[in-house]
Design a binder for this molecule. Sequence first.
Ligand code: LLP
Length: 417
Amino acid sequence: LGFYTGAEDGYLYCDSMRVEDIRHKVPESPFYLYSWNRIAHNFAEYKKALSGLDNLPCYAVKANNNLVIMKQLAAAGAGAVLVSGNELKLAMKAGFDPKRTILNGNGKLPWELELAAEMGVNINIDSEFDLENIAAAARKTGKKVSVLLRINPDVDPQVHSYVSTGLASSKFGIRNSHIKWFLDEIRKEPLLELVGVHSHLGSTITKVNIFRDAAVIMCDFVKMIRAEGFQLKYLNIGGGLGIDYSHQGQVLPTPTDLIDTVRDIVKELGLTLVIEPGRSMVATGSTLVNTVTGVKTNGNKNFIVIDGSMATLIRPSLYGAYQHIELTKPHNTPVQTFDVVGPICESGDYLGKDRELATPSKGDGIVVHDAGAYCMSMASNYNLKMKPAEYMVENGALRKIRHEETLEQHLSVFEGL
Ligand code: LLP
């Protein structure tokens, strides 16, 4: 299932297919390669974990917005959490049920809120001005809007500061002391119906007690809000479960560990549990497949230069994130320590540092693992690199699920030539 090194032949596999064989069939490089089985399995693990509770698993589309993947997740029964009007349009195209969809964000624009109101999507309230804008969108469209309060519980998720969102000093959500003001405002607006509370602490979280701490705090809010006369339906604990990027057999909490740590709270309150996983749904479902352009040594540093780059996959450059790197076939060449770098004109353009790898040759295949989340969705056109093609293995067959972008498409945006 998914990506693994064949125990007998040392080749890298995607499900039952050798990645080396796939590379020779695929004309583009680099390209993202997906295992649908792996993604379906990850979602099934969440479904299993949630059984026995009223539940709504919402896939965080920001992690990966390939329309084929979104369609298949919608068909498998996922809801969606969205952060822009364009994600919302895509989610509707993918067939997500608006009632099982939430628009979230700290800077939602009027047109995005009006679209969400029109479609009947749930909306998170992030701030005072956001509530004003949501009420205005409800009045303009004449639609009743279901809203959730995004509460900032001030719990430290113990992750990189760029992906930490639930601390008092973060730009997201509402701090405790203001809740009553929000309740009064919502009461005044007949088109708004308060249906739940939401918190999202951060991403790459590796300890479930952090979710429990937040749920305990949220539980008090639910009781207080109900005492004010509101019928709440949803407790949304956000996303954030990490994965083992190290490939060192790190034991991390599973979806079942996560759900079981809040199960009693949800039951006691008689609420529907909403979760918003992104990374843990799709990260392990993809690798970025690259080609070695050449190998060089400068001073005492060895470099493998590949065709993928920070434009294709920015997480190492942006967060210093570790993503495991592997050659697609076995080599008998000397193992050396390499930096794996791209062709972009910046020293920050690297995919991996100090990696022990067999010395590859020009044209060999080399992959960056766990590339299903926040990789393609964060790709850019820097240095005029075109966003890469995407392929998927499903039931033993390979299919293309996205074309490589072309320079012609890119040129079509210019005016006044
Ligand atoms: N819900 C909300 C409100 C979020 O802000 C996020 C992610 C999620 C759910 C999904 O979290 P996940 O299960 O994927 O951890 N670009 C960064 C990650 C940014 C996460 C932003 N929010 C990275 O590459 O690590």
